[in-house]
Every structure is written in C-alpha cells, then in structure tokens.
Design a protein around this ligand. Structure first.
Ligand SMILES: Nc1ncnc2c1ncn2[C@@H]1O[C@H](COP(=O)(O)OP(=O)(O)O)[C@@H](O)[C@H]1O
Ligand SMILES: [Mg+2]
Length: 220
C-alpha cells in the first residue's frame, strides 16, 4: 500500500531522513513516534507527495514518486485522508457542510454526498450534531468533525499528524478511540504523535524516527 525505499530527504543540505525504508500494509494501524522536530511531519508530507525525496522512492497505491506528474497529485491525495494538529473548520458552516466541503471539489452527486456524510458522521459518533456550528462544539468534537471530513473521500489510509496535540488527555483518548474504530472498519491509520501513552493504549505497530533513521520498536 505505502512503501518508502531508500528515501533521503534534506532541508538546506541538512538530512532529516537518510536512506529510510518502510512499509504500511492495507488495514494496518501504525504509530509514528519521535521527538519534536525529528521528521514525523516531513515523512507524512512525503507520503502525500507534498515533498518529493532527494533520492529513493515513495509508492502510495498505484502512485510512484519517481514518475508521478504534478497534475496526478490531487488524485493521489483523494486516496488519503489527512488530519493535522492545527485543524481548521469553516466557522460559518455547520458540521454537515464542513464535512461535505471536500466533495464539492470532486463533483460527487447530491444523494451520494448525503450517503457518505451520514456514514462518516456515524463513524466518528457525531450524527446528532450534524446541524451544529463549530463554535457550539467541544475541542474533541471539532477534531472529530475534522476526522469525518478526512474520511469523506473514502481513503484507504488516514494520516493523522498529532491529532491530539491541543487536546487534554481525556479528549486525546476519545480521539484515539475514534481512530481505532475507523481502523476496525478497514481503513489503515498512520498516527504521528509524541504522546507515548496514546501509542501504548493503541497497541499498534510502532515506527520510531531517531537520528534521521526509522526503525520498528516493540514497545515504548
Ligand atoms: N520547509 C522546511 N524548510 C527547512 N526546514 C524544515 C522545513 N520543514 C521542516 N523543517 C525542519 O525539519 C525538521 C523536521 O521537522 P518536522 O518533520 O516538522 O518534525 P516533527 O513533525 O517530527 O516535529 C525540523 O528540524 C524542522 O525545522
Ligand atoms: Mg510535526
């Protein structure tokens, strides 16, 4: 599904990732850990091809970093769901409209939009809030809307970059439960975080970035 092979990525001649290889299978839940500033976000950007490696190869489904054309990148991204820490909702639109937003770009039909939104709001446990405005939601609920929005294109994997970064521990656990639930229905999850408690709770496979290398570790 996702493979990095001998990938090196440098910023201003400073290597962030050097000659790393990794693989994520369909349906897997993988945690990506490492200290702040170590390269977690950079690795996610390589996967959604916001960055291309200086050497080596990234493959995501049928897309390959060596041959992908700029105009194909939006199609690649529709196969991925991405959630960032500094999530933003459209403050003047309700939950339903926020989740529908990515679908307007892709020209999905009205009844199909309806079907998908009902499904993803149920998945994140927010069916009862579909008419609420963002400022009527708690931080955890807002983050769940962001996750629902990331799922609405029915991606094969959800990339979550510090999705609990601004939330207190109880809400962080709530978001982890949502991610586990999504994963149990077949969507792969890559969770980048420096919250080691969360990683332990997830019981997932763990990849650690350290000194520009990536390695699989048994526990933390
Ligand atoms: N666009 C950029 N230009 C230069 N340096 C960058 C850029 N983006 C990130 N970096 C540097 O790369 C390193 C890894 O950053 P990042 O991937 O954001 O780390 P993490 O997500 O693990 O906190 C950091 O030292 C950061 O300052
Ligand atoms: Mg980061």
């Amino acid at each position: 599904m996702i493979t990095l092979k001998n990938v090196t990525l440098s910023f201003n001649a400073q290597p962030i990732l050097s000659n790393i290889s990794m693989h994520i299978n369909s349906g897997e839940f993988v945690s990506l850990i490492g200290e702040s500033g170590i390269g977690k976000t950079t690795l996610l950007r390589l996967i959604y091809m916001d960055l291309l490696p200086n050497s080596g190869m990234v493959t995501v489904g049928k897309y390959n970093s060596l041959v992908i054309k700029q105009r194909e990148i939006p199609y690649l991204r529709r196969t991925l769901g991405v959630v960032f820490q500094d999530f933003k909702l459209l403050e003047d639109r309700n939950v339903f409209e926020n989740v529908a937003f990515p679908l307007h770009v892709t020209g999905v039909k009205r009844h199909e939009i309806q079907r998908r939104i009902v499904r993803v709001l149920a998945e994140v446990g927010l069916s009862h809030k579909r008419g609420a405005m963002p400022n009527e939601l708690s931080g955890g609920e807002q983050q769940r809307v962001v996750i629902a929005r990331a799922l609405v294109n029915e991606p094969f994997i959800l990339l979550a970059d510090e999705p609990t970064g601004n939330l207190d521990p109880a809400l962080a656990n709530e978001i982890l439960d949502v991610l586990l639930q999504i994963n149990s229905r077949g969507t792969a999850v890559l969770l980048a975080t420096h919250n080691y408690d969360l990683v332990r709770r997830s019981g997932s496979r763990i990849l650690q970035i350290k000194d520009t290398k990536i390695k699989e570790i048994e526990s933390i």
